[in-house]
Design a protein around this ligand. Structure first.
Ligand SMILES: [Zn+2]
Length: 188
């Protein structure tokens, strides 16, 4: 999805927690080009410093919104107002079309090939998730060195890590070591 892909453009070294290895992929023009392509969006590259700053602000807004959802706070009027502000700057034309499955669908065609339009599309993707999905399934990976944002679509809502084989496994090993250490300390 566009919205979580965008929030996760800030990358942390989930294995070591070494913050000097943090990578803001929004500053990587090659990554941006591939990302625009992947989401069928158009905007001028390289991104200008002022636009980069706006993108980072939007990313912070969305991450904070997810943090609140994770804590059980429903979206507030302020968030909706801010999302509407972004969406206002990205006009779309509606068309009824045949989709790939041969069904009729409404298509929304972004009208401007610029970063304001891209931000409008991101805000719209997040707004659609708030409306159509279950806000209690928004997640932040429980590995404190990772903090990857994702949507938990497992049946029993039990997905605690972005990836059980990676962060899940790492945290299991850490818990095991902590327990072992506590046991040993208890013996003395
Ligand atoms: Zn993770």
């Amino acid at each position: 999805m566009l919205w979580d892909d965008f929030i996760n453009s800030y990358w942390r070294d989930w294995r070591t927690g070494d913050r000097s290895k943090d990578k803001d992929k929004l500053q990587d023009q090659k990554w941006l080009a591939a990302w625009l392509e992947q989401h069928s969006l158009r905007a001028e590259l390289p991104v200008k410093p002022v636009e980069l700053e706006q993108l980072q602000q939007l990313r912070s807004l969305l991450r904070e919104a997810v943090q609140k959802l994770v804590q059980g706070c429903p979206p507030d009027g302020d968030l909706l107002e801010q999302l509407n502000g972004y969406m206002l700057r990205g006009p779309v034309i509606r068309q009824v079309v045949w989709n790939a499955e041969g069904n009729m669908a409404i298509s929304f065609q972004p009208q401007r090939p610029d970063w304001e339009q891209v931000m409008a599309e991101i805000a719209s993707s997040f707004a659609a998730a708030l409306v159509e999905k279950e806000t209690s399934r928004f997640r932040i990976c429980e590995n404190p060195d990772c903090l990857w944002v994702y949507y938990d679509d497992t049946r029993n809502r039990s997905k605690r890590y972005c990836d059980d084989k990676m962060c899940g496994n790492l945290m299991k090993v850490r818990r095991f070591r902590a327990r072992k250490k506590a046991d040993m300390e208890g013996n003395f």
